[in-house]
Design a protein around this ligand. Structure first.
Ligand SMILES: *Cc1c(COP(=O)(O)O)cnc(C)c1O
Length: 442
């Protein structure tokens, strides 16, 4: 229905005049039934967004109280520390898993998971090219090979069918990134991993509080990896948490997070690992922050879903696609424009939107990970890549293509979602997107 209406308008326009659409005076080419005849704010018209939500401090008395308690301790070391214990206890309420290790970052959490899963030289790990590079840093440090699979056009998450196509006899694991806090299709990914005996690692760094079909994310795969970096939903400046309920991997988390030793029985260095420990001051802040999480997750989920309702029937827009039974926690909201349905490019659309008063930005990461110089040059270790030099892989990142991921990055616009934003603001954001889209409709 939607696309039929859209096509008929395009057909109408092209039948009227081919030159009209290409005309610089866009106002002339606007269809007569356009709902917004107002001048865009960027051209001096009235702003669609008139309210500006007041930012709320992200920390305060709760954190202060926890930090005071921490400073009265005789030691600030994590092992057996009360702040670390409290953080682990609260983490298990958010993500009920049996073994938990706190660590220094989300990158560390994923590296600990990858090492504990036994990923080593030449092993292949399938993941998404649209993510923080921290998703694959641990894979590369294990001398293993990130293999990039393509994404869903509206979910921006791994397309299970393409994941399955990328499986080879060398594949050992899949890292599912819940991008922006929108849960991946975990049933499909888990079924593929079970069938091919692969380890499923959930990168939940952007997804604190998200739920997959009512279940906390991080509890479906073999590993849950979270980041507490400053920009995430909850934070202690920098930090991470890794968890598992798999008895094969559980006892390894502490070793791989803490120089390979087993602190329960001093020494016993059976595995090689670096120091990824989190200190008690960080744990104190993180534990306090977790008391705020449910409210943050609920607010963001509500605001993001509302925005989808508001822009769902705009023909030139692809809204953020979330499964109705999932709770997405919108680290940010990301929609796509359909360039063929617009007379402006992404940068013009974004500038117009910002002028309307929307907190937005065009694009996300600059390029898919495989197009970053470090991948194109295969120069991970002092300019070299032993894994390739020793013939453990014939991966050539210059030949990797994920067409949907590339199209997503060319057409996406991010709208910032914060827990303190009001429904009124989001309604005006919806109006702003509609106004700009109608104005530039092809
Ligand atoms: C932030 C992030 C990471 C890395 O977390 P750090 O704490 O910055 O190391 C990994 N994956 C995703 C999806 C992230 O957003």
């Amino acid at each position: 229905m939607r696309s039929a209406k859209w096509l008929s308008r395009r057909d109408f326009l092209s039948s009227v005049s081919g030159t009209l659409a290409a005309s610089a005076t866009v106002a002339v080419a606007r269809p007569a039934h356009a709902r917004y005849s107002q001048k865009l704010a960027i051209d001096g018209g009235p702003k669609a967004v008139t309210v500006s939500p007041t930012p709320r401090p992200r920390w305060g008395d709760v954190e202060l109280k926890q930090l005071e308690a921490m400073l009265r301790q005789g030691s600030l070391f994590y092992w057996g520390g009360p702040q670390t214990q409290l953080l682990i206890e609260r983490f298990k309420q958010v993500c009920p898993v049996q073994w938990v290790q706190t660590c220094s970052s989300g990158t560390a959490a994923i590296h600990i998971a990858v090492s504990s899963a036994g990923i080593g030289p030449g092993d292949e790990v399938i993941t998404t090219p649209i993510t923080d590079i921290g998703t694959v840093i641990g894979v590369l440090y294990q001398q293993a090979v990130p293999v990039f699979a393509d994404l869903g056009a509206g979910t921006y998450n791994l397309d299970p069918a393409d994941v399955e196509r990328k499986i080879t006899p060398k594949t050992k694991a899949v890292i599912a990134v819940h991008l922006t806090g929108n849960p991946c299709d975990l049933d499909a990914l888990k079924a593929i991993c079970d069938k091919h005996k692969l380890v499923l690692i959930e990168d939940c760094c952007q997804a604190w509080g998200a739920k997959y079909r009512g279940r906390p994310i991080g509890t479906i795969g073999h590993f849950a990896c979270f980041s507490l970096q400053d920009s995430k939903h909850v934070t202690c400046g920098d930090g991470g948490v890794v968890g598992t309920s798999d008895e094969r991997f559980g006892p390894l988390l502490q070793k791989f997070g803490d120089k390979g030793g087993d602190r329960r029985k001093w020494g016993g260095h059976e595995v090689f690992a670096t120091n990824y420990r989190m200190s008690e001051p960080q744990a104190a802040v993180a534990a306090a922050q977790l008391t705020r999480l449910e409210e943050i997750a609920q607010a963001r989920s509500r605001l993001g879903n509302l925005l989808t309702e508001l822009i769902a029937n705009i023909p030139s827009i692809i809204p953020h696609q979330v499964h109705p039974q999932d709770r997405a926690v919108y680290w940010f909201y990301m929609f796509r424009i359909k360039p063929e349905a617009l007379k402006c490019n992404r940068s013009q659309f974004t500038r117009a939107l910002i002028a309307e008063g929307v907190s937005a930005s065009g694009g996300y990461i600059a390029k898919p990970l495989y197009k970053e110089p470090i991948f194109l040059n295969h120069s991970f270790f002092a300019g070299r890549w032993p894994t390739k030099e020793f013939g453990l892989t014939d991966m050539d990142y210059t030949k990797v293509r994920c067409p949907e991921a590339e199209a997503i990055l060319e057409t996406c616009i991010r709208v910032y979602i914060r827990e303190y934003m009001t429904e009124e603001y989001i309604r005006q954001v919806g109006q702003a997107i509609r106004k700009v889209a109608e104005y530039y409709a092809a």
